[in-house]
Design a protein around this ligand. Structure first.
Ligand code: GRF
Length: 210
């Protein structure tokens, strides 16, 4: 049984996609053991509660220093004893102590095709604004392992999505979620649960055929 901790900040539609995929058997032998939000008002926490999953808020606002918050986040994750940590719209920079402790066991969903439209400043709606500003005709989403550099670790899955004439950032964000994020994030967890993913010495992720 793969024990998964999911970190969230907002609406939690990616969390919902994971919950649904576990419920329908698309992801097997997997349990979400804890949902952690940096924002106590995140609707994702309501989704967790409705699914009978423990939800915990660990907010930087509740700690005097960033270091104390980082330690609290690490402690909250360690307590859940996860095999895998999934960042599903988590708007907090993951502290080095967490990356170090769970190296190779943290994945993130980014709403663009890495290495395009990623890195500093590329989060949330901004990603889609930049795609439209540049006039790109294809975008998409990427699931990657997390290392010390932003949006940089080994790429696990990607899915392309067309940009259409007349798109607004909001319309494009929704299409990227529906056509890519909600599909490849559950798929990535499923591949990891089935033990089919390895990372080689060159930091390339490989997926074994089933
Ligand atoms: C998604 O677009 C994700 O890729 C991005 O933040 C959004 C989170 O949406 N990093 P939700 O909270 O899963 O609905």
């Amino acid at each position: 049984m793969l024990r998964v901790a999911v970190c969230v900040s907002g609406g939690g539609t990616n969390l919902q996609a994971i919950i649904d995929a576990i419920g329908s058997g698309v992801i097997r032998d997997t349990k979400i053991v804890r949902v952690i939000s940096n924002n106590k008002n995140a609707y994702a926490l309501t989704r967790a509660e409705s699914a009978g999953i423990e939800g915990v808020c660990v907010s930087p606002r509740d700690y005097e220093t960033r270091e104390l918050f980082n330690e609290a986040l690490l402690a909250c994750l360690e307590e859940a004893k996860p095999d895998l940590i999934v960042l599903a719209g988590f708007m907090v920079a993951v502290p080095a102590c967490v990356i170090d402790r769970f190296r190779g066991r943290i994945i993130n969903i980014h709403p663009a095709l890495i290495p395009s439209f990623c890195g500093k400043g590329y989060y949330g709606l901004h990603v889609h604004e930049k795609v439209l500003e540049r006039g790109a005709k294809v975008t998409g989403a990427t699931v990657h392992f997390v290392d010390e550099d932003l949006d940089h670790g080994p790429i696990l899955l990607q899915k392309a999505v067309d940009v259409k004439e007349g798109d607004t950032p909001q319309i494009l964000q929704r299409r990227v979620m529906e056509e890519a994020e909600w599909i490849i994030l559950p798929k990535a967890i499923s591949l990891i649960a089935e033990g089919r993913v390895t990372i080689d010495d060159n930091a390339i992720a490989h997926i074994r055929e089933s």
